[in-house]
Design a protein around this ligand. Structure first.
Ligand code: FAD
Length: 468
């Protein structure tokens, strides 16, 4: 029986990054993946294909609505969806192939099949051909990720009632597209199909969209998306979805009103749940919490010696970069080093246009906790580069400790917010203050100057707005 130092189950961003780090540290490593391609949800059916379609559809939207403002004449731009989808698939293939290559260069053995823990230190791998192989290992890292949550009254049929996986692969834009759940995935895919010609309606149980993000900026995002043609129904509880002649009819309660929505496709994007089916973790005594997440301590150790868990299958935000950093830290701990993840400095992003990005606490959380904070804000309409780009929608907001000036949170609404959030994230990681950021020289003219000005606004010394 082959013996390893580390066996990683699942090859998503948590698992494959852990495998690279283990290889770098000289640990004899294997990674097990049940699906055909490596890369997990993120590369195959999540972050990457969704961003590929968001970019393509954003270009189309630019051609249709924005190009003329720049003096560029594009007559009747139209979408060639098969080409758009092929490009997306090619991007996915390049990246999943790249992960396979990285496993080779880091001397990680790839085992294809369903991994199951049969005892501490023992893992079986059942291939799709039905062959089973047993391996021994000093350490096991569970990185089995998550799957979409299904609604009991709107089960996925893959055709009319779909999850994000199918909504990334439509062969034509649905005429009417109903999205249940206005979180990151729903807002992104709603945006894609709205831009590509669908009539998009979003139903959300809560009184707001984008839960977890700064409320003021979420409301601004909702306003921007409404202007783009997406219809929102908040505080709307979907109670049933039935299929009639291949079309969906959803019923919902809003205040005391009963509403009905007809659609060609319904995306259920009400969240994701940890996945550990067939893993055998319970059988060897691994403890789970009330939400079926594997319980770990701050060193990613489960209650069973030699078994660790990372990524979407444990608590915390279900994000690829969170899974990656946990993978690195976990393997460094296994190798006797001191790995750690700073959960106060994990950015979250919704890749709509404008993008919404946030890191650390929000203004509403600070209020709820009655924290003594100062707020600094700067709108992109006062930023030269944003105006030159004809892309001046949005704002930067900082939340800083009123006494120490330490940055506690940063929130950005802007077309390029996903890139801009990296700077405040670094400053938070280093425990920096708004003054540190505000006194750092930023190139001119750049969008990042708005980040600097918002930091300066904490001390009411922003230059290109009236400080209040
Ligand atoms: P996963 O990526 O889910 O990988 C787990 C892997 O384990 C899978 O390949 C699975 O097949 C395998 N596996 C499970 N059980 C077994 C077993 N017993 N044996 C062998 N293999 C097994 N996050 C972001 O940060 N940014 C984004 O922009 C973003 N966009 C998203 C868009 C969509 C549409 C979706 C669905 C998700 C998105 N996410 C995004 C979330 C992100 O994809 C996840 O947080 C991330 O993939 C979690 O990584 P992971 O390694 O924990 O698990």
């Amino acid at each position: 029986m082959e013996k390893f130092d580390v066996v990683i189950i699942g090859s998503g961003p948590g698992g494959y990054v852990a495998a690279i780090r283990a290889g770098q540290l000289g640990l004899k490593t294997a990674i097990i993946e049940k699906d055909k391609e490596l890369g997990g949800t993120c590369l195959n059916i999540g972050c990457i294909p969704s961003k590929a379609l968001l970019t393509s559809s954003d270009h189309f939207s630019f051609a249709k609505k924005e190009a003329a403002k720049h003096g560029i004449v594009i007559e009747n731009p139209r979408v060639d969806l098969p080409t758009m989808q092929k490009r997306k698939d090619k991007v996915v293939k390049t990246l999943t192939g790249g992960v396979r290559q990285l496993m080779k260069t880091n001397k990680v053995m790839v085992l294809e099949g369903m991994g199951a823990i049969t005892a501490p230190g023992k893992v079986s791998v059942k291939s799709s051909a039905g062959e089973t192989q047993e391996i021994e290992t000093k350490n096991i890292v569970i990185a089995t990720g998550s799957v979409a949550i299904e609604l009991p009254f709107a089960k996925f049929d893959g055709k009319t009632i779909v999850s994000s996986t199918e909504a990334l692969c439509f062969e034509e834009a649905p005429g009417k597209f109903l999205v249940i759940g206005a979180g990151a995935i729903g807002l992104e895919l709603g945006s894609v199909w709205n831009r590509l010609g669908s009539e998009v309606t979003m139903l959300e149980f809560l009184p707001r969209i984008a839960l977890g993000f700064d409320l003021e900026l979420s409301n601004l995002l909702q306003r921007a998306l409404t202007a783009q043609g997406i219809k929102f129904h908040l505080e709307t509880k979907v109670t049933g979805v039935k299929i009639e002649n291949g079309r969906a009819i959803a019923s919902a309660d809003k205040a005391n009103e009963k509403l009905t929505f007809e659609a060609d496709k319904v995306l259920v994007s009400v969240g994701r749940k940890p996945f550990s089916e067939g893993l055998g973790a319970e059988k060897v005594g691994v403890e789970f919490d009330e939400r079926k997440r594997i319980k770990v301590d701050k060193h990613f150790r489960t209650n069973v010696e030699g078994i660790y868990a990372i990524g979407d299958v444990i608590a915390g935000p279900m994000l690829a970069h969170k899974a990656e950093d946990e993978g690195i830290a976990c393997v460094e701990i296994i190798a006797g080093k001191s790995g750690h993840v700073n959960y106060g400095a994990i950015p979250s992003i919704i890749y709509t246009n404008p993008e919404l990005a946030g890191v650390g606490i929000t203004e509403d959380q600070a209020k709820e906790k009655a924290m003594n904070v100062r707020i600094g804000k700067f709108p992109f309409r006062a930023n030269g580069r944003a105006l030159a780009n004809e892309d001046a929608e949005g704002v930067v907001k900082f939340i800083a400790d009123a006494k120490t000036d330490k940055i506690l949170g940063a929130h950005i609404l802007q077309h390029a917010a996903s890139e801009l959030i990296a700077e405040p994230t670094s400053v938070i990681e280093f425990g920096g203050s708004s003054e540190d950021l505000g006194r750092t020289t930023h190139s001119h003219p750049t969008l990042s100057e708005a980040v600097k000005e918002a930091a300066m606004a904490v001390e009411k010394r922003a230059l290109h707005i009236v400080n209040r």
